[in-house]
Design a protein around this ligand. Structure first.
Ligand code: NIG
Ligand code: FE
Length: 405
């Protein structure tokens, strides 16, 4: 299989197309063809004319499942060091918020990122990205937010772009300088937001920002500060998304909706009124069961209300050194099923087509002619197995833009 590059044909697998708005869209004994990075045929093997098969240089017989390449739409995967010591502290009874207020938490990762050269930051981040790829990933969102000054935010975003080039996956970068207050701005949060706003067009002009995010929370930034940042982002034509209502309800999801946000993420404490605002704005709910699990959160996101309102639900790893050191999107799908009671079908859609929507991408996330040839091959008979196994090596091969990665 290693010799497939720009075009090819897979014969025999079960295709999980996610073609319609619901259902797996299964095609048994399928045929999947691509040319120049785009899917050119998605259907049943039996329907293929002989001369169609002959037109491909490379034809592969394979069993198992083929799904769209997985899309992780919320990560902080670029960081230095780790926070295993805080994990131990939490097990000794300290809370995430307590640790953050005592100068640990996000700010301790800021110290590590500021001290790391771009080379070290890349070298430490790459194995995490490769772990995600080994479980079916083809598109990855990466946030800044551990630099918290112009040069270090730039360093993070440049490393994120380099990861895309080195790994052959699509990387979308999100500017999250409003993640925490850096120590040098203690007591001056409004001034810091002014700076965050001032850096934004500079980094945008360097091609480093695809979207803008903030941490709207008691230990993060206020709704007013978030609105100020979002107004500036909107003036620059940048889409927004928000760490919303993770630890308390500050109407964060409604603020994301107010600015036509791509997504509101976490949303454990989101109210029914905010769910309606999301529905009206078309804002995606990004569920992050890894952080829920690691923080031993007990407040569930309003899943029933989201379903009822028809708000699209995405699932992501939130891979970060503090609350979610999670290196498999398939594992995030598993956690979404066990903790949030998503169905395996919702979880798979959440890590593919709905995650694409959360990134504003319409060219991926399902197996359909004309879409990118991003797909993963699994050693499995039924898609529910992707959410059923904890760990293990299910993924056989991953193709991004028609190239095996
Ligand atoms: O998504 N909530 C804020 N940001 C991250 C945690 C980052 C950290 O603790 O380093 C999150 O959970
Ligand atoms: Fe996050």
């Amino acid at each position: 299989m290693d010799n497939i590059q720009a075009d090819g044909l897979l014969l025999g697998p079960t295709l999980v197309t996610l073609e319609a708005e619901s259902g797996y869209g299964l095609i048994e004994n399928g045929a999947l063809a691509w040319r120049d990075g785009v899917l050119t045929h998605v259907g049943q093997r039996d329907e293929l004319p002989e001369d169609f098969i002959e037109s491909f240089d490379v034809v592969l017989e394979t069993a198992g499942l083929v799904t769209p390449g997985l899309i992780d739409c919320h990560t902080h995967v670029v960081f230095a060091g780790n926070r295993a010591a805080e994990f131990e502290m939490r097990l000794q009874g300290r809370s995430y918020e307590e640790i953050a207020r005592a100068g640990g938490g996000i700010v301790s990762s800021v110290r590590a990122v500021r001290a790391a050269s771009p080379e070290v930051l890349l070298a430490e981040s790459l194995p995490r990205v490769r772990a995600l790829m080994a479980d079916g990933l083809t598109t990855l969102e990466i946030k800044s937010g551990y630099g918290l000054d112009l040069d270090n935010e730039r360093k993070m975003l440049q490393v994120a772009r380099t990861i895309g080039e080195v790994c052959g996956i699509s990387v979308r970068t999100t500017y999250l300088a409003a993640h925490a207050l850096p120590p040098e701005y203690q007591g001056r949060a409004d001034e810091y937001i002014d700076q965050v706003i001032a850096w934004m067009p500079i980094l945008q002009a360097e091609g480093l920002i695809d979207a803008v995010d903030a941490f709207c929370e008691g230990i993060g930034f206020s709704p007013e500060q978030t609105r100020r940042l979002f107004s500036a982002a909107r003036a620059l034509g940048l889409p927004v998304k928000l760490h919303a209502d993770q630890l308390s309800d500050l109407n964060g999801a409604a603020i994301a909706a107010e600015f036509g946000g791509l997504s509101a993420d976490h949303i454990e404490y989101t109210s029914a009124a905010s769910v309606q605002a999301m529905r009206e704005a078309g804002t995606v709910a990004v569920l992050l069961p890894g952080a829920f699990h690691v923080l031993r959160e007990t407040k569930l996101p309003p899943i029933a209300e989201l379903r009822e309102a028809g708000v699209p639900m995405a699932v992501s790893t939130d891979c970060n050194p503090g609350t979610s050191p999670l290196l498999s999107l398939r594992q995030a799908m598993q956690l979404a099923c066990t903790h949030f009671r998503l169905t395996p079908e919702e979880a798979l859609r959440g890590a593919s087509i709905e995650a694409a929507r959360a990134l504003g991408l319409s060219d991926r996330g399902r197996l359909r002619v004309g879409m990118r040839a991003d797909f993963a091959l699994w050693r499995a008979q039924h898609p529910a197995e992707l959410c059923y196994w904890l760990g293990g090596e299910l993924c056989q091969a991953v193709y991004a833009g028609g190239t095996r990665i």
